[in-house]
Design a protein around this ligand. Sequence first.
Ligand code: NAD
Length: 269
Amino acid sequence: MNLIAIKDYVKIRKEEMKKEIFSLVRKPKLVIIQMNDDVASNSYVKGKLKDAEELGIEAKLIKLDESSSEEQLLTLIDDVNEDETVDGLIVQLPLPKHISEIKVKERINPKKDVDGFHPLSKFKACTPKGIVSYLTYIGFDFTGKNATIIGRSNIVGRPLAKLLLDLSMNVTVLHSKTSIEDRNFYLKRADLAVVAVGKPHLIKKDVPLKKDAIVIDVGISRLDGHLVGDIEPRDDVLLQTPVPGGVGLLTRLSLMENVLEAYQDGISR
Ligand code: NAD
């Protein structure tokens, strides 16, 4: 295996994408609708705009006031769905309480749903896609190996389980009702452990893991003013992804890959 750091992998992929995008007849276009003034969302949106600019993707941010109605948001989504110059559309979460997240996700044209949230979206959800692409790049051998995923959310745990099953892994998905004893049992057998919970250092460094395990830390939380993951840093496994500078970078990269894919699909439609 080529255990290249995530930041270096992302750099290589971005260079490849830049070249590809430069050769296109027009720039791929992403629209981001944001209907909150959440500090974390602002920083995620800023990151997406920065990535797009770096790669030569046109990105437009449309901010809707939090007091706008659901109808106003859905109408805006319809307009972007119909705009042929737009390849990808994302609605930044969280949404205000009076807006139905399900209705919003279902309203986005699946062909433009680059977050991969629509049930019929033709795109893979960004975090699972990024994790699998990175593991593939480093030469991880999925077939017949044990994956333990902690967290069963619709954006990470569940879609990742499907991707790993499709790659013939033996997949176990754990969650908030799993006992610590069972959690430790499944972690001990994992060739690949992915933790996506959002509880700082939930998995302590003395929890036994295989010495050649690959450990992917999806969680991001604040602890004593620092960003930390779900897993205490340890040096007794083959690879542990850092937080920050780990899965977050892969997620951002996948979003841009999906926008490029949406552009390519658009011209062949
Ligand atoms: P979520 O709240 O939707 O899901 C959390 C999951 O953790 C649930 O399925 C729950 O059953 C499980 N869980 C809760 N407590 C548990 C416990 N004690 N033991 C085992 N499982 C437990 O969260 P999410 O949207 O999947 O995000 C999870 C974390 O990953 C958050 O910190 C989020 O910020 C982060 N995240 C990071 C990225 C990235 O790109 N780096 C992307 C998505 C999410």
